[in-house]
Design a protein around this ligand. Structure first.
Ligand code: NTF
Length: 811
C-alpha cells in the first residue's frame, strides 16, 4: 500500500488538561459511558486506553528504528509470562503519574481505586514465568529489539480459595471484562499441524499430511521500558479453527458435532497447566508446546525474509532463547522449516539451528526434566520424530568421532528407544546453555549435563537471575522509593547498582528513622489487607516473617510450620518471658494434584486457627495464610516484610527471585546456602543474613549414604514435641489422623531433610528474635539489604545474556 500520511513521530505529552479531556473522551467513545453512569471499572478501562495511546507512540518509534537498523533481534520463547497488572507499570515507566493523579482528582477519582480494577494477567505458575516478565521489562529498558513469544491462555493460573482450610481451585477469568493492553492481529496467523503421516516424493520433497490443523492467531501487547525509551512486543498466540463451522452438519441439525472442530482447536490455548515441576497433561501439553513454538518460528522466519533472502544469515540476525525445555521442540521445528519448507540440506539446517538457539535450565528436579514417550510423540509430531532420530544419530556419530571418554547413553536424546529427553535435545540444539545462579550452574555441570559438559566445555554459562527494580521497588514501594529519591536521586531506577550510594546513610539517624517509618507504613497496609481478607488483627510492630512461593516439599513450608508450632509451645510454657511478637505470613498455591502440598496448606491453616485463637499467646504470635497469592498480592506483602524465608533443601532451588525482591525491599533473609541465596549472602555480608543448615555438598553426601531421621527427632526435645503434636491431633481435633501421613513422611526417610535442618533453623529464628528487639540496629541491617543487592537487577542479568549468549548490543 502506498499511503501518504505522515506517521506519528513524537510521542504525545501528558498534561493534566490533556489527561482529563482524554479520559472523558475515552469514556464516551471507547467505553460508551457518560461520567454520571460510569463505574470504577469503566474509568479504569478509559484510563488504560488513554495510557495505551501514550505507549503506542513510543512503540511505533521503537519498531521503526528496529527495522531501519537491520540488526539482530532476540526472541524469548516461554510457555509462561506472569506479568500481573500493567496499568501502573506503564504509568510508572512513562513517568506520567503526576498529571494523571491531578486530572483524576479534578474528576473526583483516585488512581489507586482504578488500578485495583485491573485483573492480573496470571499466565504463569511462579518463578519461571515471573522471570520472563522481568526480562521483557529489562529488554525494553536496554533497548534490545526483542519479542516475547508465548500462549494467550484464556484461563491463567487457577484462583485459590480456602474451604475449611483446604485449597479449592477455581477457573481464572482474566479476559472477562476485556484486556485493554492487547491488539488482536487477525492477519498474523499461521497454520499449525498435528498428527497424520509423512510421505516423500521422488524429488527430495517431504510432505506432512496432518491429521489436525489449527490456526495460531497473534495478540500483541506493548512492553514499555523505563522512561518509554524503548517499547518491545509480547506476542501471544491464540488457537482458532481453520474452518469456522461445518455448515453441512449444522444445516442437517447436528449442532454439537458441527462445532466439534472449533472446540478441539480452541482447547489448545484454553488453560495454563497449573504445575511448574512436572510434565503433565501429556498430549494436550505437548500440543501446546509445539503450537506456540511453531507459530513463533514461522513468524520470525517471515520477518527475517522481509529483510533478507539468504537463510544462512539467520544466526547473524536472530537469537532465540528457550525458556526451559517447554519450547525445546524448536530444535526440530526450526530444522523442519529450514529443510522441508525452505529446502535447505539437513546438515546446513542443523548448523544454522545450533547457532540460533540457546536454552535456559531452571531446575534440576528429575521429575521436572521433560520426557515424552516415543509413541505419543510420534503420534502428535511424526515428522519431528524423524528429525530427532536424525539429530540423535548424527550427534552421536559426531561425538564418537572425537573419541572422548563419555557415556554415550547419557547424551542420547532418545532414551532406550522409549523416551525423548527434551533437556538433551535442547542442549544439543543450542549455542549456549545457562543456569540461573552460580550454584545451580555448577551443579548442572556436575550432574544432569556432566557428560555434555565434557564434550562442550564452553557451552554452559551462568546468568544469575534478577528482578526489575521498576515493578519490585519503584512501583510497589512508594514510601521507600520516595525516601531513596530524596537521598540519592533517581539514577538507581534505571541502573540499580547505583542504589549502593545509599549505603552511606545506613547509620544516619534521620535516614534510619525515615526508613523505619516507610517500613511501618507498608506494614500497616499489609495489616489492613490481612484484616480484610482473613479477619485477623495483627500488630504492625511485630516481626513480619514472610514465606511466599509455590507450595512444594523442597521449599519446605513444612519446616516453617513446624518451627511455628515449636515457638507456640515455647510461648505457652512461659508466656511471661520476653517474646518478640511475630506474624507468620504465608502465601502460595499447590498444584491441584500435589496432595502432600495441599495437606501442608491445610496444616498451616489448622495451626493458624489454634494459635490465633489462643488467649495465652495473644499478640506474641499470629499466623496468616493469605489466599490466592499472585503478583498483585506480592506487591503488597514484599514491601512489608522484615524477614524473608528462603529455606529450601540445599541444591534444590535453582535460584529463587522472591529472595531478591524481599531483600531489595529491606527484609533480612533466613535461608539455606541454596540458589541465589549464596550470592545474596556474599553481597549483604554474613551479619545481615541468617544462614543455616546443610550445604548442597552435605545433601549430596546424605543422598549417597542415607539418612535416618529417628535419632535426630528423638535427640531434639523441641522437635520431638512438635512431632507428637502432629499425631496427637493438637491441631486437628476433628480428625486426629489427618497429619499421621506427614509424620510418616518425616520419620521414614524425610527426603527433603526437614528434620535434619530443623534445629539449626530454630536456633537462627531465635537469633532473629533477639536481633529484632534492637530496632535501631535491625533498621541498619535492613537498609544494607536494600542498598547492597543492586546487582540483582534483571537489567544486569539481561546485559549478561546480551553479551554471553545473544551477542547483541545494549543501550
Ligand atoms: C524455577 N523453576 C526455579 O524453581 C526457581 O528457583 C527459579 O528462580 C525460577 O525457575 C526462575 O529461574 C521452575 O519454575 C521450573 F519450572 F523449572 F520448575
Amino acid at each position: 500500500m502506498n499511503i501518504s500520511v505522515e506517521p506519528v513521530t513524537a510521542p504525545r505529552v501528558a498534561t493534566t488538561e490533556s489527561i482529563r479531556l482524554g479520559l472523558v473522551e475515552k469514556l464516551a467513545y471507547a467505553v460508551g459511558k457518560d461520567p454520571e453512569h460510569a463505574t470504577l471499572q469503566d474509568w479504569s478501562v478509559a484510563l488504560g486506553l488513554l495510557v495505551r495511546d501514550h505507549v503506542v507512540d513510543h512503540w511505533f518509534a521503537a519498531t521503526r528504528a528496529g527495522y531501519s537498523k537491520h540488526g539482530k533481534r532476540v526472541y524469548y520463547l516461554s510457555m509462561e509470562f506472569l506479568i500481573g497488572r500493567l496499568l501502573n507499570d506503564a504509568i510508572a515507566n512513562l513517568q506520567i503519574e503526576a498529571p494523571i493523579i491531578e486530572a483524576l482528582g479534578e474528576l473526583g477519582l483516585e488512581l489507586k481505586d482504578l488500578l485495583g480494577q485491573e485483573s492480573d494477567a496470571a499466565l504463569g505458575n511462579g518463578g519461571l514465568g515471573r522471570l520472563a516478565a522481568c526480562f521483557l521489562d529489562s529488554m525494553s529498558r536496554l533497548a534490545i529489539p526483542a519479542y516475547g513469544y508465548g500462549i494467550r491462555y484464556e484461563h491463567g493460573l487457577f484462583r485459590q480459595r480456602f474451604h475449611d482450610g483446604w485449597q479449592i481451585e477455581e477457573a481464572e477469568d482474566w479476559l472477562v471484562s476485556g484486556h485493554v493492553w492487547e491488539f488482536e492481529r487477525p492477519e498474523v496467523k499461521y497454520t499449525i499441524k498435528f498428527g497424520g503421516h509423512i510421505s516423500f516424493d521422488g524429488q527430495g520433497q517431504t510432505h506432512w499430511h496432518a491429521e489436525q490443523t489449527v490456526l495460531a492467531v497473534a495478540y500483541d501487547t506493548p512492553i514499555t521500558g523505563w522512561k518509554g525509551a524503548h517499547v518491545n512486543t509480547l506476542r501471544l498466540w491464540s488457537s482458532k479453527p481453520t474452518e469456522i463451522l461445518d455448515l453441512r452438519r449444522f444445516n442437517s441439525g447436528d449442532y454439537l458435532n458441527a462445532a466439534e472442530k472449533l472446540i478441539r482447536a480452541e482447547t489448545i490455548s484454553r488453560v495454563l497447566y497449573p504445575d511448574d515441576t512436572t510434565a503433565e497433561g501429556k498430549e494436550l501439553r505437548l500440543k501446546q508446546e509445539f503450537f506456540f513454538t511453531s507459530a513463533s518460528l514461522q513468524d520470525l522466519l517471515r520477518r527475517f525474509l522481509t529483510e533478507f533472502s539468504d537463510l544462512k544469515l539467520l544466526p547473524d540476525h536472530v537469537s532465540i532463547q528457550m525458556n526451559d525445555t517447554h519450547p525445546a521442540i524448536a530444535v526440530a521445528e526450526l530444522m523442519r522449516l529450514l529443510a522441508d519448507e525452505h529446502r535447505l540440506p539437513f546438515i546446513e539446517a542443523f548448523e544454522i539451528t545450533r547457532k540460533c538457539l540457546s536454552y535456559t535450565n531452571h531446575t534440576l528436579l528429575p521429575e521436572a526434566l521433560e520426557r515424552w514417550h516415543v509413541g505419543l510423540f510420534r503420534k502428535v509430531l511424526p515428522r519431528h520424530m524423524q528429525i530427532i532420530e536424525w539429530i540423535d544419530y548424527h550427534h552421536l556419530a559426531e561425538v564418537q568421532g572425537k573419541g572422548l571418554p563419555v557415556s554415550l547413553d547419557a547424551i542420547r536424546i532418545i532414551d532406550h528407544g522409549a523416551e525423548i529427553r527434551m533437556g538433551n535435545l535442547a542442549f544439543i540444539g543450542s549455542k549456549r546453555v545457562n543456569g540461573v545462579s552460580a550454584l545451580h550452574t555448577e551443579l548442572m555441570k556436575q550432574t544432569v549435563f556432566s557428560e555434555f559438559h565434557k564434550i562442550y566445555p564452553d557451552r554452559i554459562v551462568n546468568q544469575t537471575n534478577g528482578i526489575t527494580p521498576r515493578r519490585w521497588l519503584y512501583e510497589c514501594n512508594p514510601p521507600l522509593r520516595n525516601l531513596l529519591i530524596e537521598a540519592i536521586g533517581t539514577e538507581w531506577i534505571g541502573n540499580l547498582e547505583k542504589i549502593d550510594a545509599a549505603t552511606a546513610f545506613a547509620t544516619d539517624a534521620s535516614f534510619k528513622e525515615k526508613f523505619a517509618a516507610a517500613k511501618r507504613q507498608n506494614k500497616l497496609r499489609l495489616a489492613a489487607e490481612i484484616k480484610a481478607r482473613l479477619g485477623i488483627t495483627v500488630d504492625p510492630s511485630a516481626l513480619f516473617d514472610v514465606q511466599i512461593k509455590r507450595i512444594h516439599e523442597y521449599k519446605r513450608q513444612l519446616m516453617n510450620i513446624l518451627e511455628t508450632i515449636a515457638l507456640y509451645h515455647a510461648i505457652r510454657r512461659t508466656p511471661g518471658a520476653e517474646w518478640t511478637p511475630r506474624v507468620k505470613i504465608f502465601g502460595g498455591k499447590a498444584a491441584p494434584g500435589y496432595h502432600i502440598a495441599k495437606r501442608i496448606i491445610k496444616l498451616a491453616n489448622d495451626v493458624a486457627k489454634v494459635i490465633n485463637n489462643d488467649p495465652i499467646v495473644g499478640d506474641r504470635l499470629k499466623v496468616a495464610f493469605l489466599p490466592n497469592y499472585n503478583v498483585s498480592l506480592a506487591e503488597i506483602i514484599i514491601p512489608a516484610a522484615d524477614l524473608s524465608e528462603q529455606i529450601s533443601t540445599a541444591g534444590m532451588e535453582a535460584s529463587g527471585t522472591g529472595n531478591m525482591k524481599l531483600a531489595l525491599n529491606g527484609a533480612l533473609t533466613i535461608g539455606t546456602l541454596d540458589g541465589a541465596n549464596v550470592e545474596i549472602g556474599e553481597r549483604v555480608g554474613p551479619d545481615n543474613i541468617y544462614i543455616f543448615g546443610l550445604t548442597a555438598a552435605d545433601v549430596a553426601d546424605i543422598r549417597i549414604h542415607g539418612y535416618d531421621p529417628r535419632p535426630t527427632i528423638e535427640g531434639d526435645p523441641v522437635l520431638a514435641e512438635v512431632m507428637r503434636s502432629l499425631v496427637s491431633g493438637e491441631f486437628s481435633s476433628d480428625d486426629n489422623g489427618r497429619y499421621h501421613g506427614i509424620s510418616d513422611v518425616l520419620y521414614s526417610g524425610d527426603y527433603f531433610l526437614v528434620t535434619a535442618d530443623f534445629q539449626a533453623y530454630f536456633q537462627r529464628q531465635r537469633d532473629a528474635d533477639r536481633d529484632f528487639r534492637d530496632s535501631s540496629r535491625w533498621t541498619e541491617r535492613a537498609i544494607l539489604n536494600t542498598t547492597k543487592v543492586g546487582w540483582f537487577s534483571s537489567d544486569r542479568t539481561i546485559r549478561g545474556y546480551a553479551k554471553d549468549v545473544w551477542n547483541v548490543p545494549v543501550a
